[in-house]
Design a protein around this ligand. Structure first.
Ligand code: AMP
Length: 249
C-alpha cells in the first residue's frame, strides 16, 4: 500500500507573525518557514505504518511556491520515499488543494492519505475532509491513535470532552492531531540521502484543477493587545477586585 502525505509550507511556529501594513495579509518576506507541525506528525505516523510492514511507499505532496520543495525534502529526510511538488500560488484554498490531492490520488492510487488536522497559518481544518468527500473515501479526523488491519483502520479521535474510537474502511483519509506521536528528527545521513530522492513536478493544468480563489480577504488585523495585569497582596483584595472591578463573582 502507498501512503500519500500532503505537507504544507507555513510560517515556523516559533515566529511572531506580523500583519502587513496594508492589512492584506501577513508578512512572508524574510520570514522563517517550516513544515506545518501537524504534517510532521502525519509523516511520522506514515513512517511508523511502513516500519510495521503495513505500507511499502510513502509519497510526500506539497502544493505551493517553489520553496515548498524544501518542505518535501524535510519529509524525505525523515524517511519518506519520494515527493510530488505541485506548482501553485501560496494562497491556494482548501477546496483547490483537495481537488489537486484527489487528482494525484487518481494517478498514484494510495490506500491511505494521512494529513494534518489543520494548517497553522490559515487554521482552515478543511482539506482532509474535502479530499475524502471528493474521492468518496472514508475519513477519520483528529486522530490521536491509529491502528491498521488489511482493510480497516481503527482510529481514536480527540473530540470535545473525550475520545471517540471508530472503525473505518480503507481507502481513507486520516487527519492527525497533536498527541498522535512525537515526530523524529532527520539524522545527517538521512538528510544527505534525501537529496537524491526523486521529486516530480506537476502543474495545476496537468491535474486539470482551476485554483482561482473563490474567497477574497477583506482585512487582516493584529489581535487586540491585552491590558497589563496587576499583583494583589491578599486573597481578600483579590475577592474584592473580582467583585467590584471585574464583576465576575
Ligand atoms: P487546512 O485545511 O488548510 O487547515 O489543512 C489541513 C491539512 O491539509 C494540512 O495539515 C496539510 O496536511 C494539508 N494541506 C493543506 N494545504 C496544503 C498544501 N498547500 N500543500 C500540501 N498539503 C496541504
Amino acid at each position: 500500500m502507498k501512503i500519500l502525505v500532503p505537507v504544507k509550507r507555513v510560517i515556523d511556529y516559533n515566529v511572531k507573525v506580523r500583519v502587513k501594513q496594508d492589512q492584506t495579509g501577513v508578512e512572508l518576506d524574510n520570514v522563517k518557514m517550516a513544515m506545518n507541525p501537524f504534517d510532521e506528525i502525519a509523516v511520522e505516523q506514515a513512517l511508523r505504518v511502513k516500519e510495521a510492514g503495513d505500507a511499502d511507499e510513502i509519497i510526500i505532496v506539497s502544493i505551493g511556491p517553489i520553496q515548498s520543495q524544501e518542505t518535501i525534502r524535510t519529509g524525505l529526510a525523515m524517511g519518506a520515499d519520494r515527493g510530488i511538488y505541485i506548482d501553485a500560488p501560496h494562497e491556494t484554498e482548501p477546496l483547490s488543494v483537495a481537488k489537486l490531492l484527489a487528482s494525484v490520488t487518481e494517478k498514484e492510487k494510495p490506500g491511505l492519505i494521512m494529513c494534518g488536522k489543520q494548517a497553522i497559518d490559515d487554521d482552515n481544518n478543511q482539506t482532509g475532509q474535502m479530499t475524502a468527500a471528493i474521492l468518496g473515501w472514508s475519513q477519520a479526523t483528529f486522530a490521536s491513535s491509529v491502528s491498521l488491519t488489511k482493510d480497516n483502520a481503527k482510529v481514536v479521535r480527540e473530540i470535545d470532552g473525550g475520545l471517540e474510537t471508530i472503525n473505518i474502511k480503507l481507502p481513507a483519509v486520516i487527519t492527525v492531531d497533536l498527541r498522535l506521536n512525537e515526530p523524529r528528527y532527520a539524522s545527517l545521513p538521512n538528510i544527505m540521502k534525501a537529496k537524491k530522492k526523486p521529486i516530480d513536478t506537476l502543474t495545476t493544468e496537468e491535474l486539470n484543477v482551476d485554483v482561482k480563489p473563490r474567497l477574497s480577504v477583506i482585512k487582516v488585523e493584529e489581535p487586540s493587545t491585552r491590558e497589563a495585569g496587576i499583583k494583589v497582596n491578599s486573597v481578600e483584595e483579590l475577592v474584592e477586585k473580582l467583585q467590584a472591578e471585574a464583576k465576575v463573582i
